[in-house]
Design a protein around this ligand. Structure first.
Ligand SMILES: [Zn+2]
Length: 286
């Protein structure tokens, strides 16, 4: 290994992610299995990547938890996604943080700044999507389907609004600014910080647009007969079993979120390598 993990960072990462996960559980942001997912992803990302990697995960987790409380009553009335007691479980935690985890595991073997840029892109994609969902639903204009432009009901998968797009960019830039700031604090060159910021903004926007595109086209979407509503769930919040109306049966919401974070990481890596002047294959210590 070029850059073996530091035992102090490993233990620190475990303790810090356990503390954050327990707060998340008490604040109803995580289920029991979600706590396990947060501790697993948090300790790997912190322990193998370092504090500047962990910062990206914390920035996503805390900002999206805070936004979920923003005008919560109005959102509950508008869309079923915001039904009370929506806790993230293990699969959802891995769908959001899995790409960051994988990159963190690679970091000791290939400590290149592009890996961090890609992690920022992945976290920016899930952050942009979460921010846009939490705030975009409050848009006064009806969403339009990203694939055809047809106006759709609030909460429809694949529906986008101007407000939602602006908020996506803000959510991506928030991760980029955190990552870029951490890069500067580590004493890296400002071009590396610029690659983190640029990669996160482009990756975050690209990933969340791709998420909407999948939601409008191939994601499994269900219909609840008693409520007359479209949903991403197999069992509706009312308790009724839903029936699938479109999309691929195996491509659920968690898979779509994971794919969006892969796209975010890939777009960020491309933008990052361009900004770093094509230093992709020359590993140096980071
Ligand atoms: Zn229902």
């Amino acid at each position: 290994m070029l850059n073996p993990p530091d035992p102090v960072e490993m233990i620190g990462g475990l303790l810090l992610s356990a503390a954050v996960a327990l707060v998340g559980y008490r604040r109803e942001a995580l289920s029991g299995s979600g706590v396990a997912g947060a501790i697993l992803s948090g300790s790997l990302i912190f322990g193998l990547g370092g504090w500047e990697w962990g910062l990206l995960l914390i920035a996503f987790f805390i900002s999206s938890s805070i936004l979920s409380h923003y005008r919560a009553e109005e959102k509950r009335a508008l869309a079923e996604k915001f039904a009370k007691g929506h806790r993230r479980d293990l699969v959802q935690a891995l769908a959001n943080a899995g790409v960051g985890m994988g990159l963190a595991v690679g970091h000791p073997f290939w400590p290149h700044p592009l890996l961090y840029v890609a992690c920022a892109g992945a976290m920016a994609a899930v952050n942009a999507d979460t921010w846009a969902t939490e705030v975009g639903v409050l848009s006064r204009r009806p969403p339009r389907l990203i694939s055809t432009g047809r106006p759709v009901e609030v909460g429809t998968s694949g529906g986008v609004t101007g407000l939602g797009l602006v908020v996506s960019v803000a959510g991506a830039a928030f991760i980029g600014l955190m990552g870029g700031g951490a890069t500067l604090l580590r004493g890296e060159a400002s071009i590396v910080a610029a690659a983190v910021l640029g990669g996160a903004v482009a990756g975050g926007l690209g990933g969340s647009l791709f998420d909407s595109l999948l939601g409008a086209t191939v994601q499994a979407i269900y219909w609840c007969d008693p409520c007359g509503k479209e949903t991403e769930r197999r069992v509706h919040r009312c308790g009724a079993v839903t029936r699938q109306v479109r999309g691929l049966r195996w491509l659920g919401n968690d898979a779509v979120n994971f794919i969006a974070s892969v796209v975010g990481a890939a777009v960020a890596a491309v933008i990052g390598s361009i900004l770093l002047g094509g230093t992709v294959l020359v590993p140096f210590s980071y």
